[in-house]
Design a protein around this ligand. Structure first.
Ligand SMILES: Cc1ncc(COP(=O)(O)O)c(C=O)c1O
Length: 382
């Protein structure tokens, strides 16, 4: 079996699972308890926080644990809106964000906030001039994803950071769920960013765990009120086994990152070079530095994405339509729609998403299977 759906989720690493099991078994105290079991749990919690902070170049108090990417995105947006509503009611984001951002923005609109969705070009990329033009005296937040989850576009984060240096009061948030471990940490953890969302299951940690980076001194209201955990910013007894496992997963991910990124880029290139030669294929991802190394999105004209996904599945290859969220809803990809790709083509799109465990041999096998299936696709297309 070949698993090429890593942007949906990754398989938890065996070492990470082992950490999870060990912590569940041995460090089962509540970090808030005063006795020795509590203290032991608290120490491990803070050790994990420190490890993660060191790995992303932050300080320990700037890492706050969440249940994953959706919570992180919701928290930063709604937490900023609540915290800063007396200063303004305008938020800026892009037209190609994950639903965790888009739907949070739509909810905020119903509460009286105003939202600007920055348009994108044919590569799914925003323009910095549009960002500059969108900023108002009432703008309280700019949220831009690092890497698009459907086609892999890397947004101009450094340039956005430069623009926002002139507006120090605006919260700058980056959704880095698809960007971590992809060789662009300098773009994500730039010197202007205030909040960054990360999700564990995208890098071989268990599902249901994540964290945000929150720059010291930048305030957001809690989304989950509770018993004082996470500096009273996120209530709920901490999921310590998953947190310790995520710290391990992040360390493993960032070990030899360059080599892993080069491997993923080579696999993507091999498939890209092969499929782009077929007349029915339209590629949306590009094979250059403006795109992440692990995501390749293309359409086979006249064949529905679901049909392509199932045809590959029958051959033991697991891919997806453009995103896990949209795949079961049979709706066209929001990213491709924002790029003005016609619906008859966007519903024929599929996404291949790689991780550091994939190999060039798998790319060759994919290409072989592609050749075999192409005749069938040709018939369906006709
Ligand atoms: C860019 C992006 N943001 C946020 C999320 C949500 O993350 P989670 O599944 O951890 O809630 C995803 C998940 O696919 C994503 O790709």
């Amino acid at each position: 079996m070949i698993y090429f759906d890593n942007s949906a989720t990754t398989k938890a690493d065996p070492e990470v699972v082992s950490t999870y099991d060990k912590v569940s078994d041995k460090v089962w105290g509540n970090p808030s308890s005063l006795h020795q079991f509590g203290e032991e749990a608290f120490n491990l919690l803070e050790q994990s926080r420190k490890q993660i902070a060191d790995l992303i170049g932050a300080s320990q108090s700037e890492v706050l644990f969440t249940s994953g990417g959706s919570e992180g995105d919701n928290w930063v947006l709604k937490g900023t809106a609540i915290e800063k509503r007396q200063f303004g009611n305008h938020l800026i984001t892009t037209a190609v964000e994950h639903p965790a951002i888009h739907n949070s923005m739509e909810q905020l609109k119903k509460l009286g906030f105003e939202v600007t969705y920055l348009p994108v070009d044919k590569h799914g990329r925003i323009s910095i001039d549009d960002l500059k033009a969108a900023i108002r005296p009432t703008t309280i937040l700019v949220s831009i994803m690092a890497v698009n989850n459907e086609i892999g576009t890397i947004q101009p984060l450094k340039e956005a950071a430069e623009v926002l240096k002139d507006y120090p009061k605006i919260h700058f948030h980056i959704d880095a769920v698809q960007g971590i471990g992809k060789g662009i940490q300098d773009l994500i953890m730039n010197d202007r960013v205030d909040f960054v969302t990360f999700s564990g299951h995208k890098f071989h940690a268990p599902r249901g765990i994540g964290f945000i980076y929150a720059r010291r001194g930048r305030k957001i209201a809690p989304l989950i009120d509770g018993g004082g955990q996470e500096r009273s910013l996120r209530g709920g007894t901490e999921n310590l086994p998953a947190i310790a496992a995520m710290a391990k997963a992040l360390r493993l991910l960032l070990t030899d990152e360059k080599k892993k990124v080069a491997n993923e880029a080579a696999i993507k290139q091999r498939i890209f070079d092969h499929v782009k030669e077929f007349p029915l294929v339209t590629t949306f991802s590009e094979d250059n530095a403006g795109f992440a190394p692990h995501i390749l999105c293309f359409a086979i004209q006249g064949v529905r994405g679901e049909t392509i996904v199932h045809a590959f599945e029958e051959q033991g290859i697991y891919i997806s339509t453009t995103s896990a969220c949209s795949s079961k809803k049979h709706i066209p990809s929001s990213t491709l729609s924002a790029m003005h790709v016609p619906e008859e083509l966007s519903t024929s799109a599929i996404r291949i998403s790689l991780d550091d465990h994939n190999t060039l041999a798998e790319a060759d096998e994919f290409n072989k299977v592609f050749d075999k299936l192409y005749d069938k696709f040709k018939l369906l297309s006709a």
